[in-house]
Design a protein around this ligand. Structure first.
Ligand SMILES: *Cc1c(COP(=O)(O)O)cnc(C)c1O
Length: 340
């Protein structure tokens, strides 16, 4: 039986062509700024996304944390979504390591934060309050694409109140590809609304490791200091940057294939009793299972060679290493379980 893994788009293996690019990469000591492959990746992303500087990071978590530390001082506050990675999934790092207070807000059904609510939570300059300093958004958020008009409005609101704007763009290119047209142009239309953006290469882009933080030269100078302090100053990191660079050049447009597979999965699960399927916008399918069948569904799927996760809802993520046959195997296993 073939085992198909929908737990995350982080499970992808580097392709033979990506491994070849890694093997051929010229290397140097990146803490000295000497690694040509790291420098080439950083330059390519700065140009493509329209930033003054960028910085290669081991993980998205460290990239977001360095951004928060560079934007905020001790006693500052960032406004963020309840289910945003930078609030819920990063161990409270900004508070633990940066003495930065989060102000979490509930999401609207489309994943956005109500801008009226954001504005209501910006604290006046008063000794009782933390200093509201930063608005942090995420795109895609739970696989949903934030509309460009919303990003423009959120950005204008932040600027009006003197807040910096950070985007957790772990899946920025999924949002860009979903927009249609040239994905690099679409990505820039998103990133233009932010002072800093973090992009993951180890998700749907299919690299084994790595994120890049983008911002102004002065901002990246600060972030680099934090990265070193957090232990993220890597040496011959070009071996990894070469994989990310390969992904940037060759594995962006193909994210559309993942989106098609997600739609195929969602369509195949329609109509099962007790199952509510959210229509996917990109590569993540969320499913609500009501009633007594909820408890055993992951175990059943596993017995049929299908891996998924189910922390809040049942979640399937499509990626480079699954295909239509894997989707159909999953649909069959789900039908079997919910029919029985
Ligand atoms: C995966 C992810 C990150 C970073 O995760 P790492 O595992 O630390 O690389 C950040 N934000 C979002 C939205 C993510 O999905």
């Amino acid at each position: 039986m073939r085992v198909v893994d929908f737990r995350s788009d982080t499970v992808t293996q580097p392709t033979p062509a990506m491994r070849a690019a890694m093997a051929a990469a010229p290397l140097g000591d990146d803490v000295f700024g000497d690694d040509p492959s790291v420098n080439a990746l950083q330059l390519a992303l700065a140009e493509r996304l329209g930033f003054g500087a960028t910085l290669f990071m081991p993980t998205g978590t460290q990239s977001n944390l360095c951004a928060l530390l560079a934007h905020c001082q001790r006693g500052d506050e960032y406004i963020v979504g309840q289910f945003a990675h930078t609030y819920r999934w990063e161990g409270g790092g900004a508070a633990v390591l940066g003495s930065i207070q989060p102000q979490p807000l509930n999401h609207q059904p489309d994943g956005s934060l109500s801008l009226a609510e954001v504005e209501a939570h910006i604290k006046p300059d008063d000794v009782h309050f933390a200093r509201t300093r930063l608005l942090t958004l995420e795109n895609t958020i739970g696989g949903k694409v934030l509309p460009l008009s919303y990003l423009a409005d959120a950005s204008a609101l932040a600027l009006k109140h003197g807040l910096a704007r950070h985007l957790d763009g772990a899946r920025l290119f999924n949002a860009a590809v979903a927009a249609g047209g040239d994905p690099y142009v679409a990505a820039r239309e998103i990133t233009q609304h932010f002072d800093s953006v973090s992009v993951c290469f180890s998700k749907g882009l299919g690299a084994p490791v790595g994120s890049v933080l983008c911002g102004s030269a002065a901002f990246i100078h600060q972030a680099k200091r934090w990265r070193k302090m957090l232990g993220g100053g890597m040496r011959q990191a070009g071996l990894l940057a070469a994989a990310a660079h390969y992904a940037l050049d060759h594995q962006v447009a193909r994210l559309a294939d993942d989106h098609v597979l997600a739609k195929r999965l969602a369509a195949g699960l329609q109509g099962l009793a007790g199952v509510t399927v959210e229509a996917p916008q990109t590569n993540i399918v969320f499913i609500d299972v009501a009633g007594p069948k909820a408890a055993g569904v992951l175990d059943h799927l596993k017995s049929r060679g299908v891996l998924a996760t189910g922390l809040y809802k049942l979640r399937f993520v499509t990626h480079l290493d699954v295909d239509a046959a894997a989707v159909d195997q999953t649909i069959a296993a789900m039908r079997e379980y919910f029919a029985g």
